[in-house]
Design a protein around this ligand. Structure first.
Ligand SMILES: CC(C)(COP(=O)(O)OP(=O)(O)OC[C@H]1O[C@@H](n2cnc3c(N)ncnc32)[C@H](O)[C@@H]1OP(=O)(O)O)[C@@H](O)C(=O)NCCC(=O)NCCS
Length: 426
């Protein structure tokens, strides 16, 4: 892998560094032994730093390409179910018919949560944010699966991943039901993964609603299954590198996902639409987004990696329109406003020059809202979908040689100084 060398000239000394090539993407300069030479590299925000080797997902942000195990997201979105993509991410290959049936059966039979999990919910205020509940409850799963779980055992890792994928929709729906004061709904084995989620979200013991297949398909398409080494996935890997319980690691990932610069963007995008209010205000808000002295940003626009149209946004845009059609919301003022904002931002020089395209969260927020899911649940659903990616990345790390993650720093605090007693301080 290391055919080339890079040379670093520092303090009069030349250091040879290996240049490693992957199957796709930029080469990387291996700086791991640099500390022995008495220096570190500095890359705040990890713009240029690869922290691991991975075979799961590839992104080319300049070209707008996203591949899972080599398959383009557009093909997976139009041809696969969510569970097939889960199988692919976890196992490296798409399942054949028999493997798919077996996988689906296994997931279906792990959807219920332990009865005692229900008690955790009572500790939360009824107006708690569902993400706050989810961080806590998923972390609490580690209490149920700890002593018997050996992370060095591949079978134990697989069963942990399956449990997580299976139970996340149940927990997500419970987070919602708790905050609206309705009884928790048990999963039904006859329903598909997405249908089951809609059932647990919207049915009550008194009434079972008809599940609209367009909405179930839209949820099945939520395209957040994995996105290589983003903030939450890196958090899961970092936590995992300590040997921590996988449920605790995923809970750490959920915490990282919550922020508005990451998974919270879909909720922030919808709040922004409410703040803008109506189409006549769009110009004012576009001007604010462009003003360097104003902190306001168009939420759901821009991406750290994609400097081209996010390929997931293209698919989600189509799904969004299908859902709006299916629920008869094409003329809803909020959705009209969203479409107008999209139109202006795509034409405006500021957004064009800075390559700030609408991202997947812009469309997923509108889609989820049209399905009837409240905005504070959007990031919970993102977490539900991303769980497989976190589990696959965690499993990949533990299955291969890895070291405890421990970033360095550029220290800019005071130099060593002597302690001054309180009476002698000025
Ligand atoms: C995602 C995001 C954090 C990426 O940030 P980044 O790669 O660090 O890029 P920067 O924040 O340095 O932005 C680059 C430039 O574009 C501008 N910019 C970026 N996103 C913008 C937005 N949504 N609205 C207005 N201006 C934006 C920045 O002000 C900056 O301008 P400058 O060069 O004049 O200083 C950023 O685009 C953002 O905050 N978007 C809104 C939140 C969102 O939708 N997040 C979901 C990501 S999936």
């Amino acid at each position: 892998m290391a055919d080339e060398k890079a040379k670093l000239l520092i303090k009069g000394k030349t250091i040879d560094l290996d240049v490693l090539s992957g199957t796709l993407g930029p080469d990387v300069v291996d700086v791991s032994a640099l500390f022995k030479e008495g220096c570190f590299t500095y890359d705040s925000g990890f713009n240029s730093t690869a922290a691991c080797e991975s075979k799961i997902t590839f992104i080319d942000g300049e070209k707008g390409i996203l591949l899972h195990r080599g398959y383009p997201i557009e093909q997976l979105a139009s041809k696969s179910t969510f569970l097939e993509v889960c199988y692919l991410l976890l196992n490296g290959e798409l399942p054949n018919k028999q493997q798919e049936e077996q996988f689906r059966r296994t997931i279906t039979h792990h959807t219920m949560v332990h009865e005692q999990i229900h008690y955790f919910f009572n500790g939360f205020r009824r107006d708690a944010h569902p993400m706050a509940i989810m961080v806590g409850v998923v972390g609490a799963l580690s209490a149920f699966y700890h002593d018997t779980l050996d992370i060095k055992n591949p079978e134990h890792r697989t069963i942990s991943a399956l449990r997580l994928i299976a139970k996340m929709p149940t927990i997500a729906a419970m987070c919602y039901k708790y905050t609206i004061g309705q009884p928790f709904m048990q999963p039904l084995n006859r329903l598909s993964y997405a249908e089951n989620f809609l059932h647990m979200m919207f049915d009550t013991p008194c009434a079972e609603s008809h599940i609209n297949p367009v909405l179930a398909r839209a949820l099945d398409k939520i395209l957040h299954a994995d996105h290589e080494q983003n903030a939450s996935t890196s958090t899961v890997r970092l936590a995992g590198s300590t040997g921590a319980n996988p449920f605790a690691c995923i809970s750490a990932g959920i915490g990282a996902l919550w922020g508005p610069a990451h998974g919270g963007a879909n909720e922030a995008a919808l709040s922004m639409l409410h703040e803008i209010g109506n189409v006549s205000q769009v110009g004012k808000y576009i001007a604010r987004a462009k003003d360097p002295n104003d902190n306001f940003r168009l939420m759901g626009f821009g991406h750290r990696v994609y400097k081209n149209y996010d390929p997931r946004a293209k698919v989600m845009r189509e799904t969004c329109h299908e859902v709006l059609e299916a629920v008869g919301a094409k003329n809803d003022p909020l959705f009209k406003l969203a479409m107008e904002l999209e139109r202006i931002a795509l034409e405006d020089d500021y957004f064009v020059e800075k390559k700030l395209y609408p991202n997947v969260d812009f469309y997923s927020g509108i889609t989820l809202s049209a399905i009837g899911i409240p905005a504070n649940m959007f990031t919970v659903i993102f977490a539900l979908a991303r769980t497989v990616g976190w589990a696959a990345q965690w499993n990949e790390m533990i299955s291969n040689p890895y070291r405890l993650g421990r970033p360095r720093q550029l220290y800019t605090g005071p130099k060593k100084r002597d302690y001054i007693g309180i009476t002698d301080r000025s």
